[in-house]
Design a protein around this ligand. Structure first.
Ligand code: DGL
Length: 278
């Protein structure tokens, strides 16, 4: 598929909204973290609910979808784009940066930086979608910077459906998690990197399962701090004196279930959710 035309860069005004996208509603955990940290920013969120999941798709398809998602946000006039999806970051971030001229931030780098900054980190477990784990992006970048690190990565494809179903504390989820995590726990991991934007909703059950000694690092909060620092560096931070911030959510497929999930992921009441055509 030919790459989309280069758009004119958004005016660069700090008052323009921030664009955020994910394959579905999982990336709203990133929006929640962004709103906590950057309360003056307006946000336009795109969830590609018509084509979720990305995690089981080929790298070419994921790249094509991510290019279309980013183009949609740029057409809305955003000043920067946050790829709130580990799978899309792993497979498409370079292509997005090569195609578009506005700042584009992913979720991998902040998670890697937070893992490396974690005190006494020696043995890291990584969980994510098939696409993210098979890309070896986390494993590669961690090993490059800390060759002595022991890394245990595992694709955990059943977790996204549990989260989407809202079964965040279900006995079946706990069984699945035990099965997934047992080999890592036997190797005494000290850090568990949650390489999927759906997983922050599993933090309570995960922490209970792995115990207090294992540090959990999640894509959402680490990404939000990274975005804050980068917006400041690009002189793109909105300030308190700017117009009141708005949050617009666009989904490529609208259903009651997607709306309910969006509310759950965001942890607050939402105004209208819009239908997006890419
Ligand atoms: N939210 C996506 C991620 O972070 C996972 C969901 C999917 O497979 O599309 O990788």
């Amino acid at each position: 598929m030919p790459l989309p035309h280069l758009p004119s860069p958004t005016s660069g005004a700090s008052t323009a909204p921030l664009g955020v996208f994910d394959s579905g509603v999982g990336g709203l955990t990133v929006v929640r973290a962004l709103r906590k940290l950057l309360p003056h920013e307006s946000i336009i969120y795109l969830g590609d609910t018509a084509r979720v999941p990305y995690g089981s798709k080929s790298p070419e398809t994921i790249r094509r979808f991510a290019l279309e998602d980013t183009q949609f946000l740029i057409n809305q006039g955003v000043k920067a784009v946050v790829v709130a999806c580990n799978t899309a970051t792993a497979h498409a971030l370079d292509a997005l940066r090569a195609t578009f001229r506005i700042p584009i931030f992913g979720v991998l780098e902040p998670g890697i930086a937070a893992t490396l900054a974690s005190p006494n980190c020696q043995r890291v477990g990584i969980i994510g979608t098939e696409g993210t784990i098979k890309s070896h992006a986390y494993q590669h970048h961690l090993a490059l910077r800390r060759p002595d690190l022991q890394i245990h990565a595992r694709a955990t494809p059943l977790l996204v459906p549990f989260v989407e179903q809202g079964w965040l504390d279900h006995p079946a989820l706990k069984l699945v998690l035990k099965e997934y995590l047992q080999p890592m726990l036997q190797r005494n991991i000290d850090t568990l990197l949650l390489g999927c934007t759906h997983y922050p909703l599993l933090i309570p059950v995960l922490q209970e399962l792995v115990g207090d000694k294992v540090r959990l690092i999640d894509s959402a909060s680490t990404c939000a701090s990274h975005v804050r620092d980068e917006l400041a560096a690009h002189d793109l931070l909105a300030s308190a004196s700017d117009t009141p911030p708005t949050l617009h959510i666009h989904l490529t497929d609208l259903s009651q279930q997607a709306e309910d999930q969006a509310r759950q992921f965001l942890g607050l009441d939402l105004d209208a959710i819009h239908h997006a055509s890419l």
